[in-house]
Ligand binder design. Structure first.
Ligand SMILES: [Zn+2]
Length: 340
């Protein structure tokens, strides 16, 4: 009990620290610039842009608490841990917003068939191709995706803005006239490897998974100064955005029961030019066996299993993923009332 407790306390402290940092406002406003900047890459070829990073989208701050509530209704295992006061860093209580930030976003273990629609006219071939890669996850899980000509739970746009997705149950809070996932420039001419690498990765976010490259062991390999220069040059990310998207490690023990895995589909490749040892972080090119095993524990294929409990407590705190700031993305009048 002793050493486990100590590491638990240490973990909880780190989570609370990170949550406090997040709600201290370290994080808003950085992304909007890079969104608009991405359109000035007129000279760029449309060949596959392997170095396009994925940004994790976060809801506007005003919605964080209701989104946490939604997540805990959809999947009670998402409810945050309430920490004994003595574990907390500064104050005796966690701000409700901090608690919201600590809530994970997984859909329940009972499984769901999420409907998928497209924001732009999209040929049947392309729809089928994208859906087939989304459904790669359903090979080992109880989650699946089905096309609808109406308004889907998951809404995909191929407009400029890079590759991104909202996380898990947060998609329920996105106004229906907006996409929940962006796959910039995907067409039938896009290389097959990009469907594996990008569509499966973004679908992982829709299932509630975070970035594997933000695992502590991988973040430690990155040289911050080189990373700032690199991401500014490639993605026009400012320092705060790089801090959020690349350099803030997810908490280890609260996250996954798997070792950090640079070939996870949830890990994007990072070049050797920004690591301390000069070796690249490889990045996943397809869902690997560890990804499947983890997904299958969270979303067991047939009903509940003994593994559920363990997986359900190994949750990622959504905050620490440091998603892009969402304030101002849409007017509060468009906020979705989620009734479950
Ligand atoms: Zn991503």
């Amino acid at each position: 009990m002793g050493s486990n407790d100590t590491s638990l306390i240490e973990t909880l402290r780190k989570i609370a620290d990170a949550a406090n940092m997040a709600i201290d406002g370290n994080g808003n406003g950085a992304r909007d610039d890079s969104d608009s900047d991405s359109s000035d890459e007129s000279g760029a070829t449309s060949a596959s842009r392997l170095d396009v990073g994925c940004t994790v989208r976060q809801l506007p701050g005003r919605l964080l608490q209701s989104a946490a509530h939604t997540a805990s209704i959809v999947n009670p295992a998402n409810a945050p841990m309430y920490l004994p006061a003595s574990y907390l860093p500064h104050k005796g209580v966690l701000d409700p917003l901090a608690i919201a930030l600590l809530t994970s976003k997984y859909w329940g273990p009972a499984g769901r068939r999420l409907t998928v629609s497209f924001m732009e006219p999209t040929t049947r071939n392309l729809r089928d191709r994208i859906l087939s890669h989304m459904n790669a996850w359903s090979a080992k899980t109880c989650m699946s995706f089905v096309y609808t000509s109406g308004i889907g739970d998951v809404r995909i746009s191929r407009e400029p803005g890079g590759y991104w997705s909202y996380i898990g149950t947060d998609v329920l809070h996105i106004p229906k006239n907006r996409q929940t996932m962006n796959l910039e420039g995907f067409t039938m001419n896009t290389q097959d490897s990009e469907f594996y690498r990008v569509v499966r990765h973004e679908t992982g976010h829709t299932l509630g998974f975070m970035h594997e490259h933000m695992r502590d062991a991988l973040v430690k390999r990155i040289d911050p100064q080189k990373a700032y220069a690199y991401f500014w040059q490639n993605d026009r990310w400012d320092k705060a955005t790089v801090d959020q998207q690349v350099l803030t490690p997810l908490d280890e023990k609260s996250l996954m029961a798997t070792p950090p895995d640079q070939t996870s589909i949830m890990c994007y490749q990072l070049p050797g030019s920004i690591t301390r040892d000069g070796k690249p972080i490889l990045g996943g090119t397809d869902i690997n066996a560890t990804d499947y095993a983890f997904a299958a524990r969270l979303y067991p294929k047939k009903g509940a299993s003994e593994a559920d409990g363990a997986a359900a407590t190994a949750m990622a705190p959504a905050s620490l993923d440091g998603g892009s700031a969402g304030d101002g993305d849409w007017d509060a009048s468009e906020d979705v009332e989620v009734t479950l």
